[in-house]
Design a protein around this ligand. Structure first.
Ligand SMILES: Nc1nc2c(ncn2[C@@H]2O[C@H](COP(=O)(O)OP(=O)(O)O)[C@@H](O)[C@H]2O)c(=O)[nH]1
Ligand SMILES: [Mg+2]
Length: 448
C-alpha cells in the first residue's frame, strides 16, 4: 500500500486538519475510538493509505499536528476525534511565532523541528512505502508558513523520493495583520525545490461561498464554516487515493495530469453543490454547471479571465458515466475559448460511487489556470509597497534574517508569476525562441 502522511501546522493548519480527519473518518465509518463500524466494503479496501491499522484493529490516522504554541493543539486533542490520534504526534512549542515567519523558520522553529521529524520518521517506519506528504497551513502565519517551510525543507532532504502536496490558505487582500505578505512571500521560494503541488485556498472567496450556501444559513461565516467547506473539497480531492478503481489512484498519477511544468504547480479548486442542496439530489448537469461557475472557485479570481491549463473533476455518488461525459463535453465546448489548444486532453473526470458526507452527490474541480496570477499580483503589490520602504523589516532582521533574503524571495516570486503569463502559453505553434527563453529561466528545474 502506498501511504500518505498528513502534517498540520499552525492554528489554521491544525483546524483544517481536524475538520479533514472528522470528515474522512465519518466517510469511512471509523468511530472516534478508531474502530470500524459496519460491514467490510469498499470503504475499507484502501483504508491503509490514510490510516494505520497495526494496533488492535484500531485505525489510527497517519497524521502529525504541530504548532509553536499549545492552544490550537489542545483544541484538536479536546475535539470529539481527539483520542483517535497518536498522542505523541501532537507537538507544540511554548512561545509561539508572534506572527513572524523568521521565528517559525529560524529561531522558535529550530527548537521543535527535531521532535517533529522524529514523529514523522516513526510514521514513515510504520508504513510500507510512503507515497507522499500532505501539509495544511496558513501562508500568512508565522507558524503555518515559517515552520511549515522548515518542515518542507527537511522532508525534501530526508525523503526525496516522496511527493509533497500542500493545502495553503492564502492571505486575504484585507490583511488581518500588516506583515502577512512578508510571511507568505518566502513560501514561494522555499517550496520550489520539492513541493509538487500547492492547493491554494482563499478565505475571501470561502467566505462568499459560505454566504451563498444554504448549508450554513449564516450572515457572518466563521472559520469553522469555511473549514467545513475546505474539508468537503479536500475529501473530493483525495477520494481517488482512498477508494479502489479510480482514475488518479495515487498522488503521482493525479499530479502528472495536473502539473504540466514543475513550477506551474499552483492549483485552485471549485466545489459543488453550494446552493439549494436541501432535500434533493443535485443533478449531474447542475454539478457541472456549478463547478465551472467562477463563483464556486475557492480563490478570489475570475477563471473566465484566464486560461485553463489542466483540470480534473472528481464526482462522488451514484450517477451515470455517460451523463457525466456528455455534460463535461458540453461544458468544455461552451468554454473552449478558455482552454489551451495544445493540451487536447486537458480536462479529465472520474466518478467515485461512494457518496460524500452529508450529500448524496458532489463534485470537486481541481484547476490549474492562469487566472491564479490575479491573486499573485495582489500579493506582490502588497509586499512591494512595504518592502520598498523597508517597513516592518526590523522584526525579521532582529531574528537573524538578512534583507537580501527578502530581495531574493521577491524576485523568485515574480519569476513564478511570469510562468503563468498567458502570452507564451498561447503561442501555438510555439517557436524556438520562446522555448530558449523558457529554458534559460526555468530549464534547470527538475521535474517531479
Ligand atoms: N480558513 C481558515 N483560515 C484560518 C483559520 N485560522 C486562521 N486562519 C487564517 O490563517 C492565517 C494564519 O493565521 P494562523 O493560522 O493563526 O497563524 P499561525 O498559527 O502563526 O500559523 C491568517 O490569514 C488567518 O486568517 C481557520 O481556522 N480557517
Ligand atoms: Mg499561531
Amino acid at each position: 500500500m502506498r501511504e500518505i502522511i498528513t502534517i498540520h501546522v499552525g492554528q489554521c493548519g491544525n483546524r483544517i486538519g481536524q475538520n479533514f480527519w472528522e470528515h474522512i473518518s465519518q466517510e469511512h465509518n471509523i468511530s472516534p475510538d478508531g474502530t470500524h463500524q459496519g460491514e467490510y466494503n469498499l470503504k475499507l479496501e484502501k483504508i491503509d493509505v490514510y490510516f494505520d491499522e497495526s494496533f488492535k484493529s484500531r485505525h489510527i490516522p497517519r497524521a502529525v499536528f504541530v504548532d509553536l504554541e499549545p492552544i490550537p493543539i489542545e483544541a484538536v486533542q479536546a475535539s470529539k476525534l481527539g483520542r483517535i490520534f497518536r498522542p505523541e504526534n501532537f507537538i507544540s512549542g511554548k512561545n509561539g511565532a508572534s506572527n513572524l515567519w523568521a521565528k517559525g523558520y529560524y529561531t522558535e522553529g529550530a527548537g521543535v523541528i527535531d521532535t517533529i521529524m522524529d514523529s514523522v520518521r516513526q510514521e514513515v517506519e510504520r508504513a510500507d512505502n510512503v507515497q507522499g506528504f500532505q501539509i495544511s497551513h496558513g501562508l500568512a502565519g508565522g507558524t503555518g508558513c515559517g515552520l511549515g517551510c522548515l518542515i518542507m525543507d527537511k522532508l525534501v532532504d530526508e525523503y526525496p523520493a516522496t511527493i509533497q502536496q500542500t493545502f495553503s490558505v492564502f492571505p486575504s487582500s484585507v490583511c488581518a495583520n500588516v506583515i502577512e505578505p512578508y510571511n507568505a512571500i518566502p513560501f514561494f521560494s522555499k517550496s520550489q525545490n520539492g513541493t509538487a503541488s500547492i492547493q491554494i485556498l482563499d478565505n475571501e472567496s470561502l467566505e462568499k461561498l459560505c454566504l451563498r450556501s444554504s448549508k450554513f444559513m449564516t450572515s457572518r461565516p466563521t472559520y469553522q464554516d469555511m473549514n467545513q467547506l475546505i474539508a468537503s473539497a479536500m475529501s473530493g480531492m483525495t477520494c481517488s487515493f482512498r477508494y479502489p478503481g479510480q482514475l488518479n489512484s495515487n498522488m503521482l498519477k493525479y499530479l502528472t495530469h495536473l502539473i504540466p511544468f514543475p513550477r506551474m504547480r499552483f492549483l485552485m479548486c471549485s466545489y459543488a453543490p453550494i446552493s439549494g442542496v436541501e432535500n434533493r439530489v443535485p443533478t449531474v448537469e447542475n454539478l457541472v454547471k456549478e463547478v465551472f461557475d467562477p463563483r464556486n472557485v475557492t480563490c478570489n479570481v475570475d477563471t473566465r479571465q484566464g486560461h485553463f491549463i489542466t483540470g480534473a473533476v472528481s464526482f462522488r455518488g451514484i450517477m451515470s458515466s455517460s451523463e457525466v461525459e456528455e455534460e463535461m463535453h458540453a461544458a468544455r465546448n461552451v468554454q473552449s475559448r478558455n482552454f489551451l489548444e495544445w493540451i487536447p486532453d486537458s480536462l479529465k473526470s472520474s466518478i467515485c460511487n461512494v457518496p460524500p458526507k452529508g450529500v448524496e452527490r458532489d463534485a470537486t474541480f481541481m484547476i490549474n489556470s492562469t487566472a491564479i496570477n490575479e491573486l499573485f499580483k495582489k500579493l506582490a503589490t502588497q509586499f512591494a509597497l512595504m518592502f520598498k520602504r523597508k517597513a516592518f523589516l526590523h522584526w525579521f532582521t532582529s531574528e537573524g534574517m538578512d534583507e537580501m533574503e527578502f530581495t531574493e524571495f521577491e524576485s523568485n516570486f515574480n519569476d513564478g508569476m511570469c510562468e503563468y503569463d498567458t502570452s507564451w502559453l498561447l503561442n501555438t505553434p510555439i517557436d524556438e525562441e520562446v522555448w530558449e527563453e523558457y529554458d534559460e529561466n526555468f530549464g534547470n528545474v527538475e521535474p517531479v
